[in-house]
Ligand binder design. Structure first.
Ligand code: BGC
Length: 260
């Protein structure tokens, strides 16, 4: 992403201290944004990540803020904090996501609530808080929802996650229609397999990696930066006519391997 494409914009990335979120925060900072890295759990991990972004390449500023996106009041605090620090909000990236790798037959109520709470309820109410702020500012603004190829494509054994991502697909479409008149864009990004902690088990299993790589037309899993740069582009004015749709970033996976 070109330097300056997000110059001076305030960007929140939920789950921004690891995996795809960290790559998005990095791309946004390199494009000149003020980035609020939302995290949950370890302040040390978040601080280490923020520190790693200081120095050459990053022209924006990056700060960490703890909020569990499954709690509506914490998500509202996150948006309020961005506005307190920078006076406005320009971009929300709903990136925080978890999965439990359980089938419909296995999924417990607690696992279902946790996955849907983070992956869908979190994204919904973060979008609401951001959109209310965008409207109060006079319109404009971008929401990017980090979904998955599994918003469309079944993944047997990952039932609650697929349900959440299917919901996120419609969150993107419905809110784009509702918010378009305010000049607010809502865009989905659907990564395929990416080298992040969510795929740690697969990465650690050479046979599973071989199967996966063979199923991907471009031949290998994505690195997180390959998603981060697309998100920074979609959040920028270079994508000013993109809304209500999902951009698939999967190396061709969905086209080649039903039932992987
Ligand atoms: C899931 C991964 C999976 C990938 C490709 C992602 O959304 O989180 O577990 O490897 O999709 O199937």
């Amino acid at each position: 992403m070109g330097t300056g494409a997000l110059e001076g914009k305030t960007v929140i990335v939920t789950g921004g201290d690891t995996g795809i979120g960290a790559a998005i925060a990095t791309s946004a900072a390199r494009a000149g944004a003020h980035v609020i890295v939302d995290y949950v759990g370890s302040r040390d991990v978040a601080d280490a990540f923020v520190k790693s972004l200081e120095g050459p390449g990053a022209t924006g500023t990056v700060q960490a803020f703890e909020a569990d996106v499954s709690k509506v009041d914490q998500v509202q605090d996150l948006v309020a904090e961005a506005v307190r620090r920078y006076g406005r909000l320009d971009v929300l990236v709903n990136n925080a996501g978890i999965e439990t790798r359980q089938s419909l037959l296995e999924t417990t109520e607690a696992a279902y609530d946790r996955v849907l709470g983070v992956d869908l309820k979190g994204a919904f109410f973060a979008a609401q808080a951001a959109a209310r702020q965008f409207v109060a500012q006079g319109g404009g603004g971008v929401i990017v929802n980090i979904s998955s190829v599994h918003e469309d494509w079944p993944m047997p054994g990952n039932a609650a996650y697929c349900v959440a991502k299917g919901g996120m697909r419609m969150l993107t479409r419905n809110s784009a229609v509702e918010l378009g008149p305010y000049g607010i864009r809502v865009v989905g990004v659907a990564p395929g397999a990416v080298n992040t902690p969510i795929n740690a088990e697969t990465v650690a299993d050479p046979a599973a990696m071989k199967r996966l790589d063979a199923a991907i037309p471009l031949g290998k899993m994505a690195e997180p930066a390959q998603i981060g740069d697309v998100v920074a582009f979609l959040a920028s004015d270079a994508a000013s006519y993109v809304t209500g749709t999902t951009v698939v970033v999967d190396g061709g996976l969905m086209q080649s391997s039903p039932g992987l």
